[in-house]
Design a protein around this ligand. Structure first.
Ligand SMILES: C[S@@+](CC[C@H](N)C(=O)[O-])C[C@H]1O[C@@H](n2cnc3c(N)ncnc32)[C@H](O)[C@@H]1O
Length: 220
């Protein structure tokens, strides 16, 4: 898979791409991620990319031309263009799974007051990461990129993905590690039993219990 992130603040991505599972996925050629500066596509003085809104009001609006040109520079027949936007479809694991099957994602990060509305004519999908407003689309793009990359086959083990939260509309079961007792808090006995069938039953029932308690909406 290829992911191109179009942003006015490319440096925000550098440390994230150089650590942990994402770095390993890149090093192992399971994904190729490029971060592209929209400003490089400006033809105006001082590489201007934004201007005041027509009709008045505060803030600056990202202009069509550099974004159209930046998208054109990377788009091909396999591309899906995703705009980060508070008014987009609220992101979830189901969308992450769908995106992880695509060959090429182009992720547009807004800033300031957001994008000129006409940019939406070259966008396939608008995505919000929740009902709150961030200063820019960089954190949302990182969330989308991270959640998609970990679903690409080979990035993390199949077993780790199987019982994860949101699979089968359930949350994950609680996990424990050594020591067996910490400050008087004990690990559930069944997990020490070595009885794999019982452990599986316990974990399944815990997934149901935790989901009922914390996210009953998932069970509907
Ligand atoms: C300050 S926001 C613009 C907010 C916009 N004026 C509004 O009220 O909807 C700047 C950029 O941050 C990104 N952004 C902010 N909140 C987001 C969210 N919840 N989900 C996805 N992107 C978001 C978008 O790319 C947006 O264009």
């Amino acid at each position: 898979m290829k992911i191109d992130i179009l942003t006015l603040f490319p440096n925000m991505f550098t440390p994230f791409l150089e650590e942990s599972i994402i770095k390993r996925a890149i090093d192992n050629d399971l994904v190729s991620i490029r971060v592209i500066n929209i400003r490089d596509f400006s033809t105006l003085n001082n590489s201007q990319v934004d201007d005041t809104p027509y009709g008045g009001g505060s803030g600056m609006v990202i202009m069509c031309d550099p974004v159209f040109k930046a998208v054109e520079s990377v788009r091909d027949d396999d591309s899906l263009v995703i705009m980060m936007s508070p008014s987009g479809k609220v992101y979830n694991e189901c969308i992450a799974k769908e995106l992880s099957t695509k060959k090429h994602l182009i992720i547009l990060c807004g800033h300031y007051e957001g994008f000129d509305e006409r940019i939406k004519t070259i966008v396939d999908m608008e995505v919000s990461i929740g009902d709150y407003v961030l200063t820019g689309g960089e954190v949302p793009a990182l969330a989308v990129m991270d959640s998609v990359v970990r679903l690409i086959p080979g990035v993390i083990s199949e077993g780790s993905l199987e019982s994860e939260s949101f699979n089968d509309n359930l949350l994950d079961y609680p996990v424990y590690t050594k020591p067996r007792v910490y400050n008087g808090l004990e690990v559930p006995e069944v997990l020490l039993s070595g009885d794999h069938k019982k452990i599986e039953e316990y974990r399944n029932s815990e997934r149901n219990r935790v989901t009922k308690e914390k996210r009953p909406d998932l069970l509907k």
